[in-house]
Design a protein around this ligand. Structure first.
Ligand SMILES: CC(C)=CCNc1ncnc2c1ncn2[C@@H]1O[C@H](COP(=O)(O)O)[C@@H](O)[C@H]1O
Ligand SMILES: [Zn+2]
Length: 349
């Protein structure tokens, strides 16, 4: 996205992206195409992305998703958006991507939750058949605001696709406005998902007021944590929460620019990456919403390196160790590790 500002090392670094919301990842050129398909909506581009140096409240950020959802409401839109996003990640050097998205029903266009997921899978298969150099998997998202019943329905849908998608659908994401709803209402659905073999990545403690909820959900335990901004005592969390995360060895998906632009973290240098990385805890750099936050994964790696003074070898290890945190099976991890070995001389040339 900001090619000229990112050093070629970070572009060429092979990367794993584990935390990317489909509709938050839509780039400027794709938004332009969507706007020209739907001029009557009167949506300007300034409404869908947060530029350099800009900050928004969490609430304003969530309004942005409502605007994008208006632009993406047919199977055709989803196919284009998913295809473009996959190709952009591939062009940025991402070799393995777990995309996540909330299946939506849109009565006026005939979109159903099932056809939504089918369309994302179609885009993944199309990119593969075109030879795009990236392994893409899908996590079905539960929006926490929609409560118990919808969560249960979503788990059922995800389970069906897990069994019928040749390993493309691997698990569930819990996301949505963290100030709405409570995790305890979603616990039975998440427990059911886990029991049927779906992997779980949960947004936890993205805002300060969720310590009790996080404590409850950590007992599942989830397979990965999104953000976990306020878990660490240095961020207002507690040692008890850290102990649970460490005991279960649950990797964290960390999204620096997202947290700074959404103002849950004041500056890059205050990011909780430093606490977890120092502990040697599995920490994976991710984008969250590369379109909305005007970033990409190369840039996030470069920001982490410059902020926390990481050597190139340390950055290499960071991207390599992310392979152990993917939801795809061991055979895929082995293939990726081989790819990293093959690419290393070229990246360090
Ligand atoms: C507001 C802000 C700082 C965003 C970053 N942090 C987030 N926290 C929780 N849920 C999110 C976040 N970013 C995206 N999402 C979820 O992803 C959705 C957009 O992607 P999709 O429609 O699921 O394909 C949003 O509606 C929301 O449910
Ligand atoms: Zn997220």
């Amino acid at each position: 996205m900001m090619d000229n500002e990112v050093d070629v090392f970070y572009r060429e670094l092979p990367k794993v992206e584990l935390h990317a919301h489909l509709n938050g990842s839509v780039s400027c050129p794709t938004i332009e195409k969507l706007i020209s398909r739907k001029p009557h909506l009167n949506i300007g581009h300034g409404m869908t992305a947060i530029g350099k140096g800009q900050r928004r409240t969490l609430d304003e950020c969530f309004q942005v998703f409502k605007v994008i959802h208006q632009l993406v409401d047919t199977e055709e839109d989803i196919l284009m958006v998913a295809t473009d996003v996959i190709k952009e990640f591939a062009a940025d050097g991402v070799k393995y991507l777990e995309l996540r998205s909330t299946p939506r029903e849109e009565k006026h266009t005939g979109l159903t939750k099932k056809s939504y997921i089918e369309t994302v899978i179609k885009a993944i298969k199309q990119c593969k058949s075109e030879g795009v150099d990236i392994d893409v998997r899908f996590l079905v998202a539960i929006d926490r605001r929609n409560g118990t019943e919808v969560a249960m329905e979503t788990v059922k849908l995800a389970e069906d696709f897990m069994l019928s998608s040749d390993g493309l659908v691997l698990g569930l994401d819990l996301s949505g406005d963290p100030t709405v709803g409570h995790g305890k209402d979603l616990l039975p659905a998440l427990q059911k998902a886990k029991n049927c073999g779906l992997k779980l990545s949960l947004h936890l403690s993205e805002v300060p007021s969720q310590l009790e909820e996080s404590d409850l959900l950590l007992d599942l335990p989830p397979d990965r944590i999104g953000h976990g901004t306020f878990l660490h005592p240095a961020m207002g969390g507690s040692q008890g929460l850290v102990d649970k995360v460490v005991k279960h060895n649950i990797p964290l998906e960390l999204c620096l620019t997202s947290n700074v632009k959404g103002q849950t973290v004041a500056r890059y240098s205050d990011h909780h990456f430093k606490h977890w990385y120092q502990m040697g805890h599995p920490s994976v750099i991710c984008t969250d919403d590369k379109g909305v936050f005007s970033t990409d994964l190369s840039q996030e790696y470069q920001l982490a390196a410059s902020t926390f003074d990481l050597s190139r070898e340390a950055v290499w290890k960071l991207s390599h160790d992310a392979i152990d945190c993917i939801f795809a099976p061991d055979t895929v991890k082995q293939q990726l590790k081989q790819k990293w070995i093959d690419l290393k001389p070229q990246v360090f040339k």
